[in-house]
Design a protein around this ligand. Structure first.
Ligand code: GTP
Ligand code: GTP
Ligand code: MG
Ligand code: MG
Lengths: 278, 290
């Protein structure tokens, strides 16, 4: 396959391989390559390698251009952000980073230790509260997570806190009872005087195709409003977020790039696309 | 499932003595897709397909199976063979304690697994000591202490540095007569040279009899990078696959097994301390194939 209106097979294979290696997945990779092939067929693109790569990067950035990437905050106290996701992806650490950036921008923040299950989960979050100057509310170990979040919201509103960030226990989306528990947590987090303005699903960049299933089930259960993609400082590219964005229309709002308090940034779509296909 | 997918393609294959290379390629294309969808690493898929193709080219059509079923049978056997092989059986050091070191990426399940292994060894009649050498993560040592205390297991740590803690943990085990030492380490990125050097020095300090890479079953293509780097730095003895109670297909198991060439020693199947078991290659093979 060479010449005008044709793509060099080697270039095509390289771009396909880059996307597969980045966990973009077969269906989304096929869609992006089809679009590229059509653009070449319709003479909108030459078969030149760098032109093809740039086209692909623009397409990837476009796929990610969904929804509002700002973190939603309404006027007045009692905004609630709830963090959810499977085990070990970086929820608690992300809350620490959010506490830092929000207190830095002048907000009064309360952290709610909504993980009442895992060993030392509350201790872990408390250390982040201390580090960032955020207020901290926890319950007894094994307490109903909804009641901890309810207490934290009430406390936050009474203290005129702008923002209550609620942690939740890691849970696998295929565990029906745990997803039921999370639905209840969301209902309680949305109860006045709180205003639930973000439900952030944390996705680990090392996750393969299961990330899309996670996103589907968490969205179905608790209406996810945004994705935080963590551990992008590693070798994993997090390509599964393309399928998540395009299928579920959920914006990737933040990326985690380390374990430190400042290692959280808004997603830069072009930079992400650039790194994805190297 | 995979068999149904192929029956469509294979319907047009008439009963001949052999399948044509074209027929085999078309079936293997679908297998390649299934493996990639299951998160098996691309390079591992390529090698796998090459090997299976060799077998298919010389296969005689079975009387009782369709060609598709026969090829899937080969694929299943090949997968099971790669995933299985030499079973890891813990053989205890003639001069105790037997030292076990766990390493892996952030959040993979190391701390929880250290406690599970502690209980597992205790059930085998051993006297383990858990060593909390993760001084980086907030409340990591506390996490291990709580898990340990819930299972009646001794935990050692001190706020010095990971290498010293590991070394002192070993001394403590010798002092009080613990015959198994299990060392928890901080999660780290395989490309973090400083932290990979740190875990290497922890290994040198305690000379583990078993070093396990702890890897999350939902890991995607990155599994090969992780396995390669940790194997090069630590010389792994085995793999522990975590969170298999999820619904990830688990292709990372094949990737890591292939790259490190070491047995999958255990799988963990939940958050409770008793949720650790031996690895069954046949089960994993059919899960990966979907
Ligand atoms: N390198 C890197 N590590 C991260 C990042 N975010 C979180 N981590 C690490 O990932 C590990 C797990 O983080 P946690 O915040 O405990 O994850 P979690 O989702 O709250 O875990 P569970 O509550 O147990 O489900 C910790 O070692 C964190 O330091 C990131 O962006 N980059
Ligand atoms: N469902 C399930 N959860 C697990 C399993 N193993 C560990 N977890 C959970 O995964 C999360 C992370 O486990 P940890 O033991 O903290 O992981 P880690 O590797 O020590 O994390 P770092 O020290 O931050 O690198 C916790 O919520 C555990 O309860 C498992 O087999 N199944
Ligand atoms: Mg947590
Ligand atoms: Mg740990």
């Amino acid at each position: 396959l060479r010449g005008k209106g044709r793509i060099d097979q080697q270039v095509y294979d390289q771009l396909e391989e880059a996307m597969i290696l980045a966990d973009v997945g077969i269906p989304t990779t096929a869609k992006l390559l089809d679009s590229m092939r059509n653009a070449v067929k319709e003479k909108k693109l030459s078969g030149d390698a760098s032109e093809l790569a740039n086209y692909l990067k623009d397409e990837i950035a476009a796929v990610l251009d969904v929804g509002d990437t700002e973190l939603s905050m309404e006027e007045g106290p009692g905004n609630v952000w709830l963090l959810v996701g499977v085990n070990g992806v970086g929820k608690t650490t992300t809350i620490g980073k959010l506490a830092h950036s929000e207190t830095r921008s002048g907000k009064k923040v309360v952290l709610a230790a909504g993980d009442t299950f895992r060993a030392a989960a509350a201790d872990q979050l408390e250390l982040w509260a201390k580090k960032t100057g955020a207020d901290f509310i926890k319950g007894a170990s094994g307490a109903d997570p909804s009641s901890v979040i309810f207490d934290a919201v009430r406390h936050g509103v009474a203290q005129e806190a702008d923002l209550i960030i609620a942690d939740s226990a890691g849970r696998l989306h295929n565990k029906a009872n745990l997803m039921e528990e999370l639905k209840k947590v969301r209902r309680v987090a949305a109860r006045p005087p709180g205003k639930l303005t973000e439900v952030l699903l944390v996705i680990d960049a090392t996750t393969g195709q299961n990330g899309l299933i996670q996103a589907r089930l968490f969205t179905e259960a608790v209406q996810v409003t945004g994705i935080v993609l963590t551990k992008l400082d590693g070798t994993a590219k997090g390509g599964i977020v393309l399928a998540i964005a395009s299928e579920l229309n959920i914006p990737i709002k933040l990326v985690g790039v380390g374990e430190g308090v400042e290692d959280l940034f808004p997603l830069d779509r072009e930079e992400f696309a650039e790194t994805l296909i190297g | 499932n995979l068999t149904d997918r192929f029956e469509g393609i294979v319907k047009k294959i008439k009963s001949k003595g052999r399948l044509s290379e074209e027929d085999i390629d078309s079936i293997l294309r679908d297998i390649r897709i299934a493996l990639l969808e299951a998160d098996v690493a691309l390079s591992v898929v390529q090698d796998f397909i090459t090997n299976v193709k060799q077998r298919c080219l010389s296969m005689e059509l079975s009387k009782s199976l369709t060609p598709a079923q026969q090829i899937i049978k080969y694929v299943n056997e090949e997968l099971t063979a790669i995933l299985g092989g030499e079973q890891l059986r813990i053989s205890y050091a003639p001069k105790p304690p037997t030292v076990i070191l766990l390493a892996g990426l952030q959040g993979s399940g190391k701390t929880t697994t250290v406690a599970k292994l502690g209980r597992w060894f205790k059930q085998q009649g051993r006297h383990p000591l858990l060593v909390g050498a993760d001084l980086a993560r907030p409340a990591a040592v506390e996490q291990l202490r709580i898990l340990g205390s819930e299972a009646g297991l001794a935990v050692f740590s001190e706020p010095t540095d990971p290498v010293s803690v590991a070394r002192r943990g070993l001394e403590e085990a010798l002092r009080v007569g613990r015959d198994v030492v299990i060392v928890d380490t901080a999660g780290r990125l395989s490309i973090d040279q400083v932290l990979m050097e740190e875990v290497r020095r922890v290994s040198v300090a305690v000379q583990p009899h078993y070093t396990f890479l702890v890897i999350d079953a939902m890991t995607g293509q990155d599994a090969v990078n992780t396995a390669k780097a940790f194997h090069e730095t630590l010389e792994l003895d085995g793999i522990i696959l975590t969170k298999v109670d999820g619904d990830a297909r688990g292709g990372a198991a094949l990737s890591v097994k292939q790259v490190a060439g070491k047995p999958i020693a255990f799988v963990t199947t939940g958050e409770k301390i008793n949720e650790i078991e031996t690895f069954y290659p046949e089960r994993m093979a059919s899960r990966i194939l979907g």
